[in-house]
Design a protein around this ligand. Structure first.
Ligand code: PTJ
Length: 248
């Protein structure tokens, strides 16, 4: 991998790129994942590359939804495994969620490579290699899932997810928590809770709130009550407009 100079003003962004490229070379990230990352980078740039107040409000609601869940599942794709494997394993342990590898561009080889990455960061009982169920409405290998994971989950956390998949999960009656830098994406607009932030920041943010609120029913109620998706995404769009000099 290319060494990123410690003093480079855009070091954080370059480090994420290197993780993606490394993941691609290791067979973890799909080629399409590199393009998806570029789209995310553009949105992140427009958002000022920081965690907004809206992201914090959404992350609190996300943590509350996961803690209230009976059967939470974190769905993992190639990009997430390359960018934030440690952070996602920590979140899964904090909220007691199962981890399922669920790929848009599925191959058994990539699933097992992603599983190895997650296990090297402490994940156990990772689902996804032997799917035995389907997500209705999704054709081909895209629709595969596990009966012990996504199929029977009540809350599914998806990150960098394709809009079709998010909509299909909602049609199945799942509560969907999404992490997506694009407030205009179908995933962002249809998930029950959308955290508009970069995934490596969003996971620790949600974990932190989960630790803080665990066992405090009033805090969980409050976290959920303070979140309104349309209002939240509207405020995010205003930040983008303002950063573009298009103030109201
Ligand atoms: O590993 P696979 O086979 O499951 O494929 C994964 C990709 C990412 C290729 C697949 O899910 C895909 O095509 O995703 P989309 O439809 O391009 O959606 C990705 C969304 O994530 C876009 O809205 C991006 O803006 C957003 N995004 C990209 N990078 C980040 C991000 N959101 C948060 N953090 C990021 N680093």
């Amino acid at each position: 991998m290319t060494e990123v100079p410690k003093t480079h003003p855009r070091r954080d962004s370059l480090v994420l790129r290197e993780r993606l490229v490394g993941g691609f070379k290791d067979g973890v990230v799909a080629p399409q994942g590199l393009i998806a990352h570029g789209r995310g980078e553009a949105m992140y740039y427009l958002l000022g590359e920081r965690t907004s107040k809206e992201a914090r409000i959404a992350a609190r609601a996300a943590a509350a939804a996961l803690l209230r869940s009976e059967r939470p599942v974190i769905s993992v794709n190639g990009n997430v495994a390359a960018l934030a494997p440690r952070e996602l394993v920590v979140l899964a342990k904090t909220v007691g969620a199962r981890i399922e590898i669920s790929l848009f561009h599925r191959s058994d080889e990539r699933v097992s490579r992603i599983q190895a990455v997650l296990e090297s960061h402490g994940a156990t009982d990772v689902l996804g290699f032997l799917p035995d169920e389907r997500i209705p409405g999704l054709e081909g290998t895209r629709g595969l899932c596990s009966s012990a994971g996504i199929h029977s989950a009540d809350v599914v956390l998806v990150a960098l997810e394709d809009g079709d998949r998010t909509e299909a999960l909602i049609r199945m009656g799942k509560k969907v928590v999404a992490i997506d830098l694009n407030p205009l994406s179908r995933t962002a607009r249809t998930a029950d809770v959308t955290v508009v932030d970069e995934v490596t920041r969003a996971f620790p943010l949600i974990s932190g709130y989960a630790e803080e609120m665990s066992g405090d029913e009033d805090a969980l109620d409050n976290g959920l009550a303070k979140y309104d998706r349309e209002e939240n995404l509207g405020a995010v769009m205003k930040t983008i407009a303002s950063n573009l000099g298009l103030g109201d």
